[in-house]
Ligand binder design. Structure first.
Ligand code: GLN
Length: 445
């Protein structure tokens, strides 16, 4: 009730929620109280949280930030939602996001931009901007986001919270509205690594309904918290400290690395030589997958439908013209182009080859070091409306995107301020190194 009051008082300005499920939340909270009274409560029973509006929630509007799904009420729960309900958590609502998770500022939402609680003239980052802002403003202690090319880590960094993108396959994608299926991964956004550890434990695991989810046991992610960092080998990828990196961000990241040295870690420079190919490769692969995934919004099965279609083609054309925003249309056009005959080999296939090289860069680096550290984003949060040109927005993703192409885990943690705007330190590890990443993050906090 107290958080619902806070949302009521503050979210008119922040716009971090698309849907608030107050009635259901209060009923779930009552159930949690009863479970506690009967001694049946688990560690997360009664925990209030919010879900990015990309997660299907039974009986609740699930928009993905798009006019296309403005009227869509999901008939089922995503696996992670089911798991969180099972753990007794109380969902307060669905958070704002860039349309179909395409964006780095939350300005591509049909429901309007979200404001950064640290500075109302700044963006919260994207695409999980609503989840990041809601946690940062204390509207919820934790939220879920998704990360296809940085959408958990970059908004976490802009909003001064902790956000973890797990290893691809660690968390089921069933019931998460697909953007780029080979890159999408859900993860926790919260104040601390410890909170993220609790949440990851609740959502991770194999799911027969997602063929890319990995059949591997789920550890207790809190077990490693506090383990000594003495002898930890940290690599600083030199490509992550080059041109375009804001000096305040660089200073904060280097200062954080010094803290780890004082905890017994050793530091060396490493190279990820194909880094500069990551953005071009991603912006071929992600739009290609998106154009295929978004073909299901045809005005027939669900979502928006135009008025009085003349015939089937008119139905498709007007429904999609009306339902999708500018950025989504741009990506569909790029994706259908790069997948079309005559261009497939030159773009899509080439991008997939580059993707393998990028993955190999990380595998090579992890031969020499345990983890990599660098900035989550080249700058602190930028002003609302500052990046009008799509390419300048895409360049925002320079330090986050390669991680999704490789499928490795990454976490962003608060590492200082530039004026009133937070700076995020990003820590990357080998596949399934989430326990180590959480421990390393935890010891900075
Ligand atoms: N900013 C990137 C994009 O627009 C990443 C988004 C994401 O991770 N969902 O595609």
């Amino acid at each position: 009730q107290s958080l619902l009051g806070r949302i009521d008082a503050l979210d008119g300005e922040l716009n971090s929620f698309i849907t608030i499920t107050a009635e259901q939340a209060l009923a779930d909270a009552d159930r949690a109280d009863q479970a506690r009274a009967k001694g049946e409560a688990g560690p997360l029973t009664g925990l209030p949280l919010a879900l990015k509006d990309i997660f299907c929630t039974e009986g609740v509007k699930t928009t993905c930030g798009s006019r296309m799904l403005d009227n869509f009420i999901s008939p089922y729960d995503a696996t992670v939602v089911e798991k969180l309900k099972h753990a007794g958590t109380v969902c307060l609502g669905k958070t704002n996001m860039d349309e179909f998770a395409m964006g780095s500022s939350n300005e591509n939402s049909f429901y309007g931009p979200v404001k950064n609680p640290w500075d109302l003239t700044a963006v919260p980052g994207g695409s999980s901007g609503g989840s990041a802002a809601a946690v940062a403003a204390g509207l919820v202690p934790a939220a879920l986001g998704t990360d296809t090319g940085g959408s958990i880590r970059q908004p976490a960094s802009f909003c001064g919270i902790t956000g973890l993108k797990p290893t691809y396959g660690r968390v089921s994608r069933y019931g998460i509205i697909a953007y780029a299926s080979s890159l999408d991964q859900a993860g926790p956004m919260a104040r601390t690594a410890e909170d993220c550890a609790w949440l990851l434990g609740a959502i991770a695991g194999h799911d027969l309904r997602d063929s890319t989810s990995v059949a591997r046991g789920v550890p207790d992610y809190r077990e490693e918290l506090g383990a000594s960092l003495s002898g930890l080998k940290i690599g600083l990828p030199k490509e992550y400290f080059g041109d375009g990196l804001d000096p305040n961000v660089e200073a904060a990241v280097r200062e954080a690395v010094r803290v780890y040295e004082s905890l017994g870690a050793t530091v060396r420079e490493v190279s990820l030589p194909h880094t500069h190919h990551a953005i071009p490769a991603y912006y071929v692969i992600a739009p290609a997958e998106a154009s295929s995934n978004l073909s299901r919004y045809d005005g027939v099965r669900f979502g928006h439908r135009c008025d009085n279609p003349k015939d089937l083609i008119d139905l498709y054309e007007r429904t999609r013209a009306e339902g999708f925003g500018e950025e989504v249309k741009r990506r569909i056009l790029i994706g259908t182009h790069t997948l079309s005959e005559g261009f497939f080999d030159a773009y899509y296939k080439k991008a997939q080859q580059v993707r393998r090289l990028i993955r190999q860069d990380f595998l090579d680096a992890f031969e020499d070091v345990d983890v990599l550290m660098g900035p989550a984003s080249p700058t602190p949060a930028f002003d609302l409306g500052a990046k009008k040109d799509p390419v300048s927005m895409y360049l925002q993703d320079i330090y986050t995107i390669a991680i999704n192409l490789a499928g490795i885990p990454g976490i962003s943690i608060p590492a200082g301020l530039a004026g009133s705007r937070p700076i995020g330190l990003q820590i990357l590890g080998p596949y399934f190194a989430e326990p180590q990443l959480l421990n390393i993050a935890h010891q900075f906090q």
